[in-house]
Design a protein around this ligand. Structure first.
Ligand SMILES: *[C@@H]1O[C@H](CO)[C@@H](O)[C@H](O)[C@H]1NC(C)=O
Ligand SMILES: *[C@@H]1O[C@H](CO)[C@@H](O)[C@H](O)[C@H]1NC(C)=O
Length: 176
């Protein structure tokens, strides 16, 4: 028999599953660590309307290293400073990854770019573009995250030396 607590829990879940909230980018920082690798010409957010923010990024690739460029994606969640949260993934070779698309978390992120980016496979185009990209709320259906402030740091490296880093910050408010 269902207890009162069960009922409350059940209605609580029903309620939560109907809550809609806000999922939006709050900040972006792009850093060219090795200036021989890339120069970043655009890295910004646009407030399109209330609670809708778009991200655009343009980076000129000056010299793609001869060899495997690695990519680390780290999710952080704010709790008196940003702390590592759930995902910290390193792909040792971007080109190999783009060929195989074999990591679920990175697939989710990159697939959400859809046709907003010109990056698809190697060779990487001379100018990397991500244009007017909105927070992919559908991602939260497959990868639910609790409310909070998050950072997603992506770092590109060659032979353990950092080439460039993109830090994207976003906030989720009772999103469901
Ligand atoms: C950039 O390239 C110049 C010329 O090849 C080289 O001297 C310099 O060390 C390079 N800088 C880095 C950070 O690799
Ligand atoms: C990108 O995709 C959207 C929706 O799928 C479509 O409406 C739009 O025309 C596409 N843009 C380009 C440049 O292909």
């Amino acid at each position: 028999m269902a207890t009162l607590t069960d009922l409350f829990l059940w209605f609580g879940l029903l309620y939560i599953s109907q809550v809609h909230g806000v999922a939006k980018f709050t900040n972006i920082e792009c850093l060219s660590v090795n200036e021989n690798f890339t120069s970043i010409s655009l890295c910004r957010l646009y407030a399109v309307k209330r609670d809708v923010v778009e991200m655009s990024l343009r980076a000129n690739i000056l010299q793609w290293p001869k060899g495997a460029v690695s990519m680390r994606m780290q999710l952080l969640k704010k709790a008196s400073g940003y702390k590592p949260f759930l995902y910290n993934i390193c792909q040792s070779d971007i080109c190999e990854y783009l060929e195989k698309r074999n990591h679920p978390f990175i697939n989710i992120i990159l697939n959400s770019f859809g046709n907003r980016t010109n990056v698809n496979k190697c060779p990487i185009p001379p100018e990397i573009i991500l244009e007017h990209f909105r927070f992919p709320v559908k991602v939260l259906d497959i990868m639910p995250l609790p409310s909070g402030d998050y950072g997603l740091f992506t770092t590109f490296s060659f032979h353990q030396k950092e080439l460039a880093q993109v830090k994207v910050y976003f906030t989720l408010t009772e999103y469901r």
